[in-house]
Design a protein around this ligand. Structure first.
Ligand SMILES: Cc1cc2nc3c(=O)[nH]c(=O)nc-3n(C[C@H](O)[C@H](O)[C@H](O)COP(=O)(O)OP(=O)(O)OC[C@H]3O[C@@H](n4cnc5c(N)ncnc54)[C@H](O)[C@@H]3O)c2cc1C
Length: 427
């Protein structure tokens, strides 16, 4: 669908060739832009690129796409054909405070409702840090989750409250008071932000997820062909540097100055905030390891399944099992706690038992990763200040909706900012 008649008269640079940059580059061609996509690495895909070992690929984390999203529906047929669909299963294992609770249909911590009530919605409005946010829950729940965050190596006092979703702490399920939770949620958006009910409890059924049949690397090869076919000039191995001059944003690429009509920065915000004179981002991060391999057992679900793990006795945070070549693969995200591979395998098998019965896991590949999934309250203020600058001075620059963690929100948000900004651009 073309929303503008003339292509080529206006130019756009998209920085970052992850899923966000690729989706936005395609969207901009539909708006009539001549688009160049800059990616620092040799290949497109960003954080979604698969892990590989002995000619096999494994998902690099538990990351599926959601088919009901606007941007997903707009993906061309050739890409849709590269994805398989499934009723999305997820589960949660929590042993914080009240003994182990596992739930087959909820992706955040599940607690048996404590005797001291549900949550304090009023405290929610005054939250600054993630620690404040967790104090909106009864102490037995909030303190247990705070202990878990510290166990992860995170400092909840230094992390913005808006990160609750990034670590699947947005809505906690305090099991046993479903009726009361439902009443609270219906009556107040604040309570709805704090408390969860499993979708199936609310009669909503399971969302339809999608994953690339042959892994994300192959998916991005197809995406590259589609982008090229749509006229996007893809420049890989090209790290660009932002610069703000007078009232315009420009880019520098190895000494060359680029002056596109529009810039979308779908990449790491640190150099942008610094170049705009807003200081250095605190950029709190966590170090994790991704371990992947095979999983087998009679009770494994046929569809992909992921499980969040909340336990101060375990380094594991997520386990994702998915069908592959008639069998199953598994990807585990965990903290690097120095345990041996056999110990890790035995430990993950033990956690899996509560969902799938007996399983056997063989890890084939491990990769340490530094994940930049958090921002501090001061970083949030810097993002807000920068966004103000963009609506008044640097109108040709669109930020990458950096606070949005989920790719769906990020892509949808950038696409709507682009449309809102078009009338301010000089063409
Ligand atoms: C642990 C973890 C789990 C996640 N789980 C989920 C999930 O379950 N669901 C969900 O929706 N989202 C999830 N996310 C978020 C999801 O990964 C991101 O939203 C999405 O994959 C990021 O894609 P992106 O294109 O925004 O960024 P990236 O994939 O990081 O891509 C950015 C690209 O920009 C390039 N780049 C950086 N600087 C420059 C430069 N100066 N010039 C040119 N190129 C540059 C990088 O090389 C990179 O390829 C998760 C993220 C993490 C870290």
């Amino acid at each position: 669908m073309r929303e503008d008649t003339e292509r080529g008269s206006k130019t756009a640079a998209v920085v970052g060739g992850g899923i966000t940059g690729c989706a936005i580059a395609l969207d901009l061609t539909r708006l009539g832009f001549q688009v160049t996509l800059y990616e620092a690495k040799p290949l497109l895909g960003g954080i979604l690129r698969d892990l590989e070992s002995d000619g096999r690929w494994y998902f690099n984390g538990c990351q599926y796409l959601r088919t009901e999203q606007v941007w997903h529906k707009a993906l061309p047929e050739a890409l849709q054909g590269n994805l398989y669909r499934f009723a999305h299963y997820y589960g949660s294992y929590t042993d914080l405070g009240f003994g182990p609770v596992s739930h087959e249909d909820f992706e955040a911590p599940v607690f048996d409702a404590p005797p001291d009530g549900l949550a304090d919605p009023e405290a929610y409005r005054a939250c600054t840090s993630l620690a404040d946010r967790m104090r909106c829950y009864p102490p037995a729940v909030g303190d247990a989750v705070l202990g878990w965050l510290r166990h992860l190596g995170a400092d909840p006092e230094a992390i913005d409250a808006g990160n609750a979703y990034n670590v699947q702490l947005g809505r906690l399920y305090l099991r046993g008071d479903d009726k009361e939770i439902d009443t609270l949620k219906t009556g107040s958006p604040v309570a709805d932000d704090l408390l969860g009910l499993p979708r199936t409890t609310r009669g909503e059924g399971r969302p339809i997820g999608s994953l690339p049949t042959d892994g994300y690397n192959a998916f991005f090869d197809v995406f590259e062909t589609i982008l090229t076919g749509a006229g996007v000039d893809i420049r890989t191995g090209q790290p660009v540097v932002p610069r703000f001059e007078n009232d315009t944003a420009i880019l520098r690429l190895r000494g060359e100055i680029l002056r596109p009509d529009l810039i979308v920065w779908a990449a790491n915000p640190t150099p942008v905030i610094a170049a705009a004179g807003l200081g250095r981002l605190d950029d709190p991060f966590v170090d994790i390891t991704v371990s992947a391999g095979s999983i087998s057992g009679p009770g494994l679900p046929a569809d992909p399944h992921y499980m969040q793990v909340y336990s101060t006795g375990s380094p594991v945070t997520r386990i994702f099992s998915y069908p592959r070549d008639g069998g199953h693969s598994v990807t585990v995200e965990h903290m690097p706690d120095g345990r041996s591979l056999p110990d890790l395998q035995a430990h993950v098998q033990e956690i899996c038992r509560s969902f799938y019965g007996d399983v056997r896991i063989e890890i084939a590949v491990q990769q340490p990763q530094r994940r930049h999934i958090f921002f501090s309250p001061a970083d949030r203020a810097r993002f807000d200040a920068f966004r103000d600058l963009c609506t008044t001075r640097y109108v040709n620059f669109i930020d990458g909706a950096w606070e949005s963690y989920a790719r769906d929100t990020k892509i949808n948000s950038i696409a709507s900012t682009v449309r809102a900004r078009l009338p301010l651009l000089p063409f």
